[in-house]
Design a protein around this ligand. Structure first.
Ligand SMILES: [Zn+2]
Length: 174
């Protein structure tokens, strides 16, 4: 859903001139090592990009919100996330030497496009996975039911434990 694609031909025509574009698309869920993050909003990418003869140079800011549980009080809240990036995207046909990698081997480290469009979905997904905080708090001052991370992990691993049930009962009362 939405648009995560930029058109290479337009960037090439404007050679060296930055194009401003706002991408808006949906990511249904993001999985990070078994942790499931569900976006509460579409992903927005405020982007400017240009073609420099070798690559698409893109600078932008990713913004999205996730449904998240507070690492301390376990309350559910909506966590805003934003991340600024600066990245080069190379055509799979690129033969220059600026980027001294063999794409066939290194392609997991490089962002490659083929054809006349560049879909930023995978790049944005990966960037979120790599940069989203491991734990977040409903607000910076949250101190209620302070738990250490160890307890938090055990509780998540054993949803039927007595402690988890107590926490759940307490939460319902509030
Ligand atoms: Zn909290």
């Amino acid at each position: 859903m939405g648009n995560s694609v930029i058109k290479i031909a337009v960037a090439k025509k404007g050679f060296g001139a930055y194009i401003h574009q706002v991408l808006d698309f949906e990511i249904k869920r993001i999985e990070i090592c078994g942790r499931m993050l569900v976006p509460a909003t579409p992903v927005k990418v405020d982007l400017k990009y240009c073609y420099d003869g070798d690559a698409i140079n893109a600078d932008g800011e990713i913004s999205v919100s996730f449904y998240e549980s507070c690492a301390r009080c376990n309350k559910e809240f909506v966590m805003p996330f934003s991340y600024s990036f600066s990245e080069k995207f190379y055509s799979e046909n690129y033969k220059g030497d600026e980027f001294p990698h063999d794409f066939a081997i290194e392609d997991e480290e490089s962002f490659i496009y083929s054809g006349e469009t560049l879909d930023l979905y995978d790049f944005v997904y990966t960037t979120i996975v790599l940069n989203v905080p491991l734990h977040s708090l409903c607000n910076e001052d949250c101190t209620s039911l302070a738990q250490n991370e160890q307890e938090q992990c055990e509780e998540e691993a054993a949803p039927n434990s007595l402690k988890a049930k107590l926490t759940e009962a307490l939460r319902k009362q509030n």
